[in-house]
Ligand binder design. Structure first.
Ligand SMILES: [Zn+2]
Length: 75
């Protein structure tokens, strides 16, 4: 089982909007907190020395530890 990197396994994300803080359901894992290895997700990471996200990948969830600035997006 792969923990959802977007919500860190919580199933929701905290959104900060000016002074307000809101809770939103995680749309990457559908509030499950984990990812389906058989599903495909939009993912991106930085490949070079800059922090620019310049690598994009559509496929099964990757290991966030292996990629710089790893991001996973809702479908
Ligand atoms: Zn999630």
């Amino acid at each position: 089982m792969i923990i959802c990197d977007h919500c860190k396994g919580n199933g929701y994300v905290k959104i900060r909007f000016e002074a307000e803080q809101a809770i939103d359901q995680c749309k990457v894992c559908d509030s499950q907190g984990h990812l389906d290895e058989n599903k495909h997700y939009n993912q991106a990471w930085s490949g070079g020395v800059s922090d620019k996200l310049d690598n994009f990948y559509w496929g099964p969830p990757l290991d966030p530890e292996s990629f710089k600035n790893y991001k996973i997006y809702p479908k």
